[in-house]
Design a protein. Structure first.
Length: 86
């Protein structure tokens, strides 16, 4: 269910109590706007105590940083460069 449907279902009585269709629509739109504001990734990260949210534009840089931080040499005791599944 999307946020719009959640507002319609969750605030059904409150919306029905407003007789003026224009005021009902304004109230509905304000509730939806509040939920969208709360639902932004940064707000969710703060609410759920997630350490960081990566901007989609920076995803490639974060992935490359992780790849570059991985060790590139085989340990001295490695006998071969592949895993034998047998």
């Amino acid at each position: 269910m999307g946020l719009e449907g959640a507002v319609k279902a969750g605030f059904k009585k409150e919306l029905a109590a407003i007789e003026d269709p224009q005021k009902r629509e304004e109230f509905y739109e304000s509730l939806v706007a509040q939920l969208y504001e709360i639902g932004k990734a940064i707000n969710m990260a703060a609410h759920l105590e997630i350490d960081a949210v990566i901007d989609p534009a920076d995803t490639r840089q974060w992935i490359m940083r992780g790849i570059k931080s991985a060790p590139t040499r085989q340990p001295a005791d490695a006998c071969h460069a592949f895993v034998n599944p047998w």
